[in-house]
Design a protein around this ligand. Structure first.
Ligand code: PRT
Ligand code: ZN
Length: 274
């Protein structure tokens, strides 16, 4: 890989891959990712794309091996805490929050578990992949527990007799439900982010990063903005508007032949986090 080209690490195969590649394409970065190659070179920009497991991305950026990385905040947070304990470099900048990869990191127990609060988990065994994020939460709650580190199939741990509870990523909740578990505590919320190495880049590389960031803003604001339209009783206009997020005023129009109702139109900026 050339020092002059911007190096970006992305997840090779997984939940962040498609959205990351789509975003890069929408930003005008042309690259052929149809091969199995570890490194792909952009055809139209001085960019090399490194395709790796998501767990490797924070370290590659923190060690300065790549300039940018697309990663879930949960993985970044966990790796930062792990490296801090090991006295390894952790410096980096989060340069953009992204509108995909949204999930929550939650404690879950069997449906028939009588959960009264975190104290109900005292001295129990909790299975998780992100042991440091869980540890911070349990220490802050001052609840002793034993952790059981699993890198996959965390949701089957209680049924398999490996743990009494789990702490795992949740998006729709379907996996918990399918395994007879209930979500009892959200301990961390995550989206994908774009991270950059701490050390300054050359002026040319930083210009390119700035151009990409501006394009991401353009792509995300186009996606995040939706119009809603509804017909509602005149008397409820203020109440309805107060329920909608943001401070923008709606466009209110008369409805032909109906003096009690109005047509309301409002632009909404959607949040992508769960
Ligand atoms: O192979 P590699 O190490 O690169 O990938 P991976 O298997 O470690 O990660 P991957 O691809 O599963 O997830 C990558 C990132 O996507 C995570 O680190 C999160 O930031 C984000 N993300 C968003 C999720 C989810 N949503 C999610 N639902 N990651 C995992 N899940 C799993 C969860 O662990 C559980 O098994 O999906 C299941 C729950 O989903 P629901 O919809 O049933 O609730
Ligand atoms: Zn992973």
């Amino acid at each position: 890989m050339s020092e002059q080209r911007l190096r970006i690490a992305i997840q090779k195969k997984g939940r962040l891959s498609d959205d990351t590649v789509k975003l890069l394409k929408a930003c005008g970065v042309k690259v052929n990712l149809n091969t199995q190659r570890l490194i792909a070179h952009s055809e139209n920009m001085p960019i090399d794309i490194l395709r790796v497991r998501d767990d490797d991305i924070p370290g590659l950026v923190m060690d300065g091996v790549v300039d940018l990385g697309f990663i879930g905040q949960n993985v970044l947070e966990e790796e930062s805490m792990m490296r801090a304990v090991a006295n390894e470099p952790t410096a980096h900048k989060v340069v953009k929050e992204l509108a995909f990869g949204g999930c929550r990191f939650s404690l879950a127990v069997d449906n028939d578990f009588d959960y009264q609060g975190v104290e109900s988990l005292a001295n129990l065994r909790i299975a998780t992949t992100y042991v440091h994020i869980l540890k911070r939460f349990m220490e802050e709650a001052n609840v002793p527990y034993t952790s059981c580190m699993l890198t996959g199939s965390v949701e089957v741990a209680p049924r398999a007799g490996l743990a009494d509870a789990i702490c795992d990523l949740v998006s729709t909740g379907a996996t918990l439900e399918a395994n007879g578990l209930k979500e009892v505590e959200v301990i961390y919320r995550s989206t994908a982010v774009l991270m950059q190495r701490e050390e300054a880049l050359s002026a040319d590389k930083q210009d390119l990063v700035n151009r990409i960031l501006t394009r991401i803003d353009g792509v995300q604001s186009a996606k995040e903005c939706k119009y809603i339209m509804l017909h509602a009783p005149k008397a409820n206009l203020e109440a309805i508007n107060s329920l909608l997020p943001g401070s923008e005023r709606p466009t209110v129009m008369e409805l032909a032949g109906n003096s009690d109702h109005k047509s309301i139109r409002r632009k909404l900026y959607l949040s992508f986090t769960n």
